[in-house]
Design a protein around this ligand. Structure first.
Ligand SMILES: Cc1cc2nc3c(=O)[nH]c(=O)nc-3n(C[C@H](O)[C@H](O)[C@H](O)COP(=O)(O)OP(=O)(O)OC[C@H]3O[C@@H](n4cnc5c(N)ncnc54)[C@H](O)[C@@H]3O)c2cc1C
Length: 355
């Protein structure tokens, strides 16, 4: 069996690793070029996400890639997005996956014999299954269902960066929050001067690409310094000591995608259910999806496996998307997120048990 996995972010390579362990041939088709290194900031991988990485045999590799090399006091691990993508891709390749870059999916046709994926450069590939891991603006989602919803704008601008040489309060690898009347600041530290941070600024209308491009570093830095002027002084120190881009981007989520599968096609990760960054769960949900989908394919043929995967995943991921939306709304009201997270964080997948 040959699976075409669309997207080489978190869900794609994780799915490839899981599928290789059950003997499925995998080709990952990634739209971005191979040398693209500009993939954004960092993510907190939650205990449930680390458990999913463990099921893939990758937890220790991920921890080595993390800010401190170990989980923080609450069981989370901060990892650069580029590092997470890289370690997952390397693991997929090491297990026999082929990764093809500059392969932007534009269409797919299914027949009794298989699926043909068509790409923006006019090329095509054939396989038995097509698994859409192509993120929040997924093309696979709209191929499966042309009426599928699109991402919803949440009126918060996300930005952040990597800073060095700053002393900040808090234990290493712990996420800390600072609320100001005009914005929300979060950070984690190595304990040795390295600080990874993000900020959320209320942002009425969704900025266009041109508006985002016009937000240069100096303008954003001034805006941040003004927003957090009344916060503890180290916040301004962190902003000034930032050595990376600030990666300004609008916030989106994707609640309630009614159709996840059709024939030989299925979606997972953000393509099926994106939550706001405030939940801190998007990567972990993508990793869980990958493990569960492979378990289902281990025991059931394609379309039946898709149905079982959806049964096992839909309620949980939609609960997390709702939680993320509440947490973002709380931020807009100047409050801290209030939900209990135990049901999210304590979730474990037993790879060996039948589905
Ligand atoms: C600012 C921000 C902060 C976040 N913080 C956290 C956090 O702390 N913790 C956490 O768990 N999650 C966090 N998330 C969410 C997390 O990043 C996502 O949930 C996660 O990356 C989803 O993985 P994915 O593989 O589904 O999608 P992605 O990682 O987006 O990967 C999709 C891939 O598909 C490719 N692609 C897209 N279209 C096509 C196409 N047509 N053809 C081929 N390839 C295509 C893209 O280039 C990309 O490589 C954050 C998100 C943002 C925006």
């Amino acid at each position: 069996m040959h699976a075409l996995v669309i997207g080489g972010g978190v869900a794609g390579p994780a799915t490839a690793v899981a599928l290789r362990s059950i003997g499925v041939e995998v080709t990952i088709c990634e739209a971005r070029p191979r040398e693209d290194k500009d993939v954004g900031l960092w993510v907190m991988v939650a205990p449930n996400g680390l458990a999913a990485l463990d099921a893939l045999g990758l937890k220790q590799t991920a921890l080595r890639e993390s800010l401190t090399g170990a989980v923080g006091p609450t069981g989370f691990a901060p990892i650069r997005r580029a590092g997470l993508y890289r370690l997952l891709r390397e693991a997929a390749v090491a297990r026999g996956t082929r990764i093809e870059h500059d392969r932007k999916l534009v269409d797919a046709d299914t027949s009794a014999d298989g699926v043909v994926a068509r790409f923006a450069d006019g090329s095509s590939l054939t396989g038995d299954l097509l698994i859409g891991c192509d993120g929040i603006h997924s093309r696979t989602r709209s191929i499966i269902d042309p009426a599928a919803p699109v991402a919803r704008y949440i009126p918060l601008l996300n930005l952040g960066g990597f800073a060095s040489g700053v002393d900040v309060p808090g234990e290493p690898a712990q996420l800390q929050f600072i609320r100001s009347p005009k914005g929300f600041f979060g950070y984690t530290t190595s304990g040795k001067g390295e600080v990874w941070w993000f900020a959320n600024l209320p942002w009425g209308a969704e900025p266009s690409r041109a508006e985002l491009a016009a937000m240069d570093r100096d303008i954003l830095t001034e805006r941040l310094l003004d927003t957090f002027a009344d916060s503890p002084a180290f916040v301004a120190d962190v902003i000034r000591a930032t050595y990376s881009s600030l990666y300004a981007q609008p916030t989106h989520d994707l609640p309630g995608v009614p159709t996840w599968r059709r024939d030989r096609l299925v979606i997972l990760g953000d393509a099926a259910h994106a939550t706001t960054p405030t939940s801190g769960q998007g990567s972990s949900m993508a990793l869980e999806d990958a493990v569960v989908l492979a378990k289902c394919l281990r025991e059931l043929p394609g379309p039946q496996a898709w149905a079982r995967y959806e049964q096992l995943r839909r309620e949980r991921v939609e609960g997390v998307v709702a939680l993320g939306a509440r947490a973002s709304a709380a931020k807009l009201d100047g409050a801290l997120p209030a939900d209990s997270l135990d049901w999210v964080l304590d979730y474990r997948i037993d790879w060996a048990s039948p589905v």
